[in-house]
Design a binder for this molecule. Structure first.
Ligand code: IPE
Ligand code: IPE
Ligand code: MG
Length: 246
């Protein structure tokens, strides 16, 4: 990975990316959709390199949604194999770069081999202190929220928690990536302007950035363009522009 640059305090601390457009990228080249998924791995490397180089604290990548099971079985199969392959081939380099890798989502539906690979990668990188890289796999924003509600209800039922203790803080603590800064910047490639059940709770005040570039074409220059755009925005969090610029 490339050498690091001085941290910029105006940069986002947590960036989330909806990596979309692999299928259309491949189709435009006269190839099958899965060719696009394979090509997308390079863009993942580029994004991680950018985040490491610029001291972004957390990068959350949407790799497979809870709805993506509805795709043709062959495509789902290729995506699962690719996931295994990439975990195996990239984890050492990530570890060397002090990256803490985590998989967020309902991994229980994955096959045993994939679950083992995920666990091994998480264990190896658990004490790293650099970038936290979350891979959202079989992730759904609604699932995340329902899961948090269930955990809180269990605590209420067992008497550990009272209903009055349920608030935005306690609720948020049980959602994925609760220990990280909220998402500052959400990027979606591929031209669609929707959230597709990605992080819902966590993007409450994120800046949204959409680009027509397909995911396999995403690179450090395009990441920088998104970050520059973010830096030009005024985040008001409910206040007036005058209050914020004081
Ligand atoms: C995103 O690209 C990758 C996954 C959802 C796994 P797509 O496969 O959705 O590509 P398009 O949107 O069909 O072009
Ligand atoms: C969202 O992309 C999921 C991922 C990028 C992993 P989709 O391509 O599945 O989204 P929709 O269905 O077009 O909204
Ligand atoms: Mg898509």
């Amino acid at each position: 990975m490339n050498s690091t640059v001085t941290p910029n305090p105006s940069y986002p601390k947590h960036v989330a990316i909806i990596m979309d457009g692999n299928g259309r990228w491949a189709k435009e080249k006269g190839k099958i959709r899965t060719f696009g998924h394979k090509a997308g791995v390079k863009a993942v490397r580029e994004s991680v390199s950018y985040a490491v180089k610029h001291h972004i604290s957390a990068l959350t990548l949407f790799a497979f949604s809870s709805e993506n099971w509805n795709r043709p079985a062959q495509e789902v199969g290729v995506l699962m194999e690719l996931f295994k392959l990439v975990l195996g081939s990239e984890v050492k380099k990530l570890h060397k770069n002090n990256v803490k890798l985590r998989v967020i989502g309902d991994t229980s539906r994955f096959d045993e081999k994939l679950i083992q690979k995920v666990e091994a990668a998480q264990t190896l990188t658990a004490s790293n202190t650099g970038l936290t890289l979350n891979i959202a796999a079989n992730y759904g924003g609604k699932w995340d929220i329902v899961n948090s509600a269930k955990m809180l209800m269990e605590q209420v039922q067992s008497g550990q928690l009272s209903i009055d203790d349920i608030n935005e803080d306690t609720f948020g603590q049980h959602t994925c990536a609760a220990d990280l800064a909220p998402v500052d910047l959400l990027i979606r490639t591929g031209g669609e302007q929707r959230i597709s059940n990605f992080l819902l709770w966590q993007v409450a005040y994120a800046e949204l950035y959409f680009t027509d570039s397909y995911w396999p074409d995403f690179n450090q220059t395009l990441f920088q363009t998104a970050v520059d755009d973010f830096c030009d925005r005024q985040r008001r969090f409910g206040k007036t522009g005058e209050q914020v610029s004081q």
